[in-house]
Design a protein around this ligand. Sequence first.
Ligand SMILES: [Cu+2]
Length: 158
Amino acid sequence: MRRWYLVLVATASVALPSFFVLQQAGASAKPKTTTAKTTTVNIPGEDRFAPFAVTVHVGDRVQWINGDTDDHTVVTDDALTTAGHDDVNHLILGSASKGGPGTFTLTFDKPGQFVYYCRFHAHLDADHQPVAPGPKGGIQDANGNFGTPMMGVVTVEP
Ligand SMILES: [Cu+2]
């Protein structure tokens, strides 16, 4: 009887800690229960992205919605982009175009930054100088400052 008791105690003292270790390992191996979110970037009835800068997390989506009558584009600035989706060049139709208004959605799986612009409303002139939006390639205020080209940035956090 005494021998049985010793065997039981010895078995329990070896088996129980490993049982708890397995329980903990199982708990931490569970998949994340957080759900992906969608952040909206609007294009109002003017040549800009609103908001200009958004922050999302890995697994989230960003959806661009064209609320303008004109067509616009989302084009990556590959030299500055670290969050994947290089070579994006997507037309988002305006409400005045057949098939519009358009939307465009990207899912971000990599942390970093996604820097983009609209190729219709942000470009370089013949002297390779940035040209701001406007009918004559730039609008200057009374102080000689040009406007901001149509561009934006998505920051993707881990
Ligand atoms: Cu545009």
